[in-house]
Every structure is written in structure tokens, then in C-alpha cells.
Design a protein around this ligand. Structure first.
Ligand code: FES
Ligand SMILES: [Fe+2]
Length: 379
């Protein structure tokens, strides 16, 4: 396994960054390209922060479960018989085979390797052919639990047993989300789009956090929303990105019949993006999934009023998939290639003190959180 950066590397990674966003350079390119910094990201960021799992509807019923990978670790989220939500390392205590796969509903957790059986609370209840073993007490064996939290209609997990709850860390975020999307718990899954991107996850997040590139790179988007109303505000571990819908008939998709007229977007440190586009009530969750120093997966899950998208939503999905994502993926893959050359170390943060969309203050905010996490890891 690749190693963490050296103390000297930790000492130099923050050079050029200033807490004054008007007078700061960006995070250094090494953090985006070098294997040891990817290890740092996994250990110091992804394994210590709240990671989005699913909408609560997926694990509403007792016995329902879903599985995912967090920072390279297989994790399962399960609603137990008493309706308590639980999360475990999805790893058998016998010889480490993965237990559950995919998603579904089950009455117990049976390992597919040698059929050890666990209750939904993680307690081992049966291990075949072990009756004669000395000093082997099944009820002393339990799956390793992971912190899990229901937050604003979604489920999050955190691999850090000492992490403070997401609700306590995130200030007004839940209040804000519920203000704009009061029906969030009742929205239902409509569609998933997935992307495999040849770029570091932080380039994907950087690009998400500023609309300074929108006038050059997203002509249709600047027609969809009124850029003069675009406002970006940073808080402790999240930022909000708000704009009013632009022209009804525009080159992105027609929003003449939209009941939701505000483009409301939140980024939650480090990898969760929530988006409410003009249209019906909806929430799109962009989950940024770091895979390697120069590879990132993205899932876009559309939660809608009905499982079937309406015509406007179909058009919005087409625009997002065939236009906006094509534009953004091209940008972040180009940036990754540029960062891999000796011609780039870091660049100037472009800050608009009025907090408009055409400013990189939310990128700067993100880089500050990354550097805080690196500093904590170095200690
Ligand atoms: S590894 Fe699970 S029962 Fe053997
Ligand atoms: Fe973009």
C-alpha cells in the first residue's frame, strides 16, 4: 500500500495558500496528482467525514439494506428488526469475506463463504461446525459498527468513531435544505446517471464550486439561470450556491412551466452535492467517489415527486447528461493533464468580494478544509 506523505511534504503542501481569499493561491498540484496525497485524502478526509449513502426511502423497512465502498472499505447500512438504522464494515469476522452485496431486504446476514449467520444488529448467531471448538462463543462476536445518521432525508455514514454528528457539524444546512425542499423525505428515486472521469476528485469538486467558468464553458446554463442573481456563500463545512431561473424558453431546457424557480445548490464537505434545478420539486444528489489520484466516479441520483420523470425533467436530464456533464468532464480532465506537467504548481484564487457566482471563494473554502485535514493528519 502506498504511504502517507512525509512530514516535509505535509509542511510544504499549504504554501501559497492564505486564509484571505483575496490574496491566496490554490492548493498545490501535488495534492491532485501524487499517490501519497491520494492516501492522505482517503485516510485524513474520506475516512473521517460524513459520506452520503442513499435517500432514506431505500432503508425505510426493517430488513432493508444497501452496501457501498467508503475510502476503499466495504460498508453495509441495514435497518434492523427494531427499526434502528445500523452501519457495519461489511466484513465477516471469520475470514473477512464480504457479507451483503448490492441492496435489498433480508431477515439475517449470512456470509456466502462458510455460512456464518449474523442478526441485523450485527450479532453472530450461528457458525456451522463450531460446537466442538474450545473458547469459541458466538455471542461474543459482533460485526464492527460504523456511525450512521439520517440527515435531511438522506443517510450518511462516517468511518471515524469519534466524529461529531453531521447535524452538529453542519450548522444551518438541514434548515436551509428543508426550507427549499420541504417535501424532501417524500421524494422518490427516479434515475441514476454515472460517470467515470480521468481526474482527481478535488478537481471535480473545485469545478463544482465555482461558476466563474460558466460564461465561457456553459453558455446554455447561463441562459437557464440568471447569472446576475447567482450568489455563493460559504459556511463551516458547506457552501450554498443560489440563483433564480432565467428565461422560460432557454437553450438548456424549457422551464416555462416550472413551479420551482430557484436553482438551489449545496456542497457538503467533502464529496456530497445537493442540487435543486428549476422544474417540479426534486433533489439531485451528486456523489463524488474518489477512486485513484486521477480517477473519480460520479453518480447523479434524481429524487422526484414521482418515479417517472415528467417531460421537463426528462429534458433537464438530457441537458445535464448530454451537454453540461460533457462540458464539465472535458474541463476537469484537461486540468488533470495540465497538473501532471512541470508547467503548473498552483494558481491565483479569483475572488469577488460580493460573493457572486463568478468567483472562486468556495474553491478557496474547500482548499482550506483540505489543508485543515492534512494538518490534523500530520500531527
Ligand atoms: S468468511 Fe464468512 S463464514 Fe467464513
Ligand atoms: Fe461547470
Amino acid at each position: 500500500m502506498a504511504e502517507l506523505p512525509s512530514q516535509a511534504q505535509f509542511a510544504s503542501i499549504g504554501q501559497g495558500y492564505s486564509t484571505d481569499e483575496g490574496n491566496s493561491l490554490s492548493l498545490k498540484a501535488d495534492a491532485y496528482t501524487q499517490a501519497e496525497w491520494f492516501v492522505a485524502d482517503q485516510q485524513a478526509i474520506l475516512a473521517r467525514t460524513w459520506q452520503w449513502v442513499c435517500h432514506v426511502e431505500k432503508v425505510r423497512e426493517p430488513g432493508s439494506f444497501t452496501t457501498m465502498d467508503i475510502a476503499g472499505h466495504p460498508i453495509a447500512v441495514v435497518r434492523d428488526r427494531e427499526s434502528q438504522l445500523r452501519a457495519f464494515y461489511n466484513v465477516c469476522k471469520h475470514r473477512a469475506h464480504e457479507l451483503l452485496s448490492g441492496e435489498g431486504n433480508t431477515t439475517r446476514i449470512m456470509c456466502p463463504y462458510h455460512a456464518w449467520v449474523y442478526k441485523l444488529d450485527g450479532q453472530l448467531v450461528r457458525a456451522p461446525e463450531t460446537e466442538h471448538l474450545e473458547n469459541f462463543v458466538p455471542k461474543e462476536i459482533c460485526l464492527d459498527q460504523v456511525q450512521v445518521e439520517e440527515f435531511a432525508g438522506f443517510v450518511f455514514v462516517n468511518l471515524d468513531p469519534n466524529a461529531i454528528s453531521l447535524r452538529a457539524q453542519s450548522g444551518n444546512l438541514e434548515t436551509e435544505i428543508r426550507h427549499w425542499a420541504p417535501d424532501i423525505e417524500n421524494l422518490t428515486f427516479g434515475k441514476r446517471l454515472t460517470y467515470d472521469i480521468k481526474s482527481n476528485w478535488k478537481n471535480v469538486v473545485d469545478n463544482f464550486l465555482e461558476c466563474y467558468h460558466c460564461p465561457t464553458a456553459h453558455k446554455d446554463f447561463c441562459d437557464l439561470v440568471d447569472m446576475d442573481t447567482y450568489k455563493v456563500t460559504t459556511y463551516d463545512i458547506y457552501s450554498s450556491h443560489m440563483a433564480e431561473a432565467g428565461k422560460g424558453a432557454n437553450s438548456a431546457y424549457d422551464v416555462s412551466n416550472a413551479t420551482v424557480r430557484t436553482h438551489a445548490v449545496w456542497w457538503l464537505w467533502p464529496t456530497t452535492c445537493l442540487m435543486r434545478y428549476p422544474g417540479r420539486s426534486s433533489m439531485i444528489v451528486l456523489n463524488v467517489i474518489p477512486i485513484g489520484p486521477d480517477r473519480t466516479l460520479e453518480t447523479y441520483d434524481f429524487f422526484l415527486e414521482t418515479p417517472e420523470p415528467d417531460a421537463m425533467e426528462l429534458d433537464a436530464m438530457r441537458y445535464l447528461d448530454e451537454v453540461l456533464q460533457v462540458e464539465d468532464i472535458s474541463l476537469v480532465e484537461s486540468v488533470q493533464r495540465g497538473m501532471n506537467t512541470p508547467a503548473f504548481t498552483q494558481g491565483r484564487i479569483v475572488n469577488d468580494p460580493s460573493g457572486s457566482g463568478k468567483s472562486e471563494h468556495a474553491v478557496h473554502h474547500f482548499h482550506g478544509l483540505v489543508l485543515d485535514a492534512y494538518r490534523a493528519a500530520a500531527e
